[in-house]
Design a protein around this ligand. Structure first.
Ligand SMILES: [Zn+2]
Length: 296
């Protein structure tokens, strides 16, 4: 009989800048949900997109998390250290006939929503070209804990999608799915901006399952509504969301907790706050929407 895997959650920031209020909301939600289930909580640095990484951002993020008392249970994993592993997995998928090389330029693809399958049957080499994963035209669905049922026919929305760029950079989709699988992640609590990546990740996991006899967990998803700024844009490093004021960690934690629909907590330190947060956390109080009310 197989054992029920232990609840394993994670927070996976990209080192493109320091954490802002929106990232704290997500980190806190995933931490509380893991702790409320006596689970493990992991931190992973998603740094495969080298040109977007900012020098010093990773160290800053880790210091910020420490200030908030959000400490990972295992050593931090960096995707940049795992490029060989991702390429091995691509070899397995290729052996199964799931991949093909694509020579299309960005310009050739302008105006298409889904990839038009231009290179699907050209048998181009995987080296020196972008590598795409074949998708099926079945509609895939999953049940999100907060957003309800989400269904997508990938052949119409994205088409065959890229797992490795022509310049060798591993796509976010591949790195995330491989790492969640190898780290035994059972629950994914993340921002609703990633909701429309999920079906691609579910499909990729299905393809990976055919390459291995090892069990691959299908994680449970909860996509957290996003914090928006006064202009109605999601807080992000691109639109210059203010980094968190680390001199006010308790205030920031309190604000993030209330934004998540939870009851206010009085606390004298981040540790004191988190102790109480675990006992009164209730994921069902999170607003079932993709954006938080209010401006942050
Ligand atoms: Zn192509």
């Amino acid at each position: 009989m197989s054992e029920v895997p232990r609840y394993t959650g994670r927070f996976a920031p990209s080192p493109t800048g320091p954490l802002h209020f929106g990232s704290l909301v997500t980190a806190l939600a995933s931490w509380c949900e893991a702790r409320a289930h006596q689970g493990r909580w992991l931190v992973r640095i998603e740094d495969t997109d080298l040109p977007r990484n900012q020098l010093g951002a990773e160290a800053e993020i880790l210091t910020q998390l420490e200030t908030y008392g959000l400490i990972a249970d295992e050593p931090i994993l960096r995707q940049q250290d795992r490029i060989d592993l991702y390429n091995h997995i691509l070899d397995d998928l290729a052996a199964q006939g799931d991949l093909y090389g694509c020579a299309c330029s960005r310009k050739q693809l302008t105006g298409y929503t889904a990839y038009p399958n231009t290179c699907r049957n050209k048998k181009l080499s995987l080296t020196g070209h972008a590598v795409r994963l074949r998708v099926s035209d079945d509609t895939l669905c999953f049940q999100d804990q907060l957003q309800g049922q989400v269904c997508e026919d990938l052949s119409k929305t994205t088409g065959d999608f890229v797992l490795r760029r022509r310049d060798g950079i591993i796509s976010y989709q591949l790195a995330v799915v491989v790492d969640d699988y190898l780290q035994g992640v059972t629950h994914i609590v993340r921002g609703a901006d990633l909701l429309d990546n999920t079906v691609r990740q579910i499909w990729l996991r299905q393809c990976l399952r055919e390459t291995t006899s090892k069990p691959i967990i299908e994680p449970i998803y909860a996509h957290i509504p996003l914090a928006m700024n006064a202009q109605g844009q999601k807080l992000s490093k691109q639109n210059l969301a203010l980094p968190l004021n680390v001199k006010k960690p308790v205030e920031n934690l309190q604000a993030a907790f209330v934004a998540l629909g939870q009851n206010a907590i009085d606390a004298s330190s981040p540790e004191h706050f988190l102790q109480q947060a675990i006992t009164c956390w209730d994921i069902n109080r999170i607003p079932r929407q993709t954006q938080l009310d209010g401006q942050f």
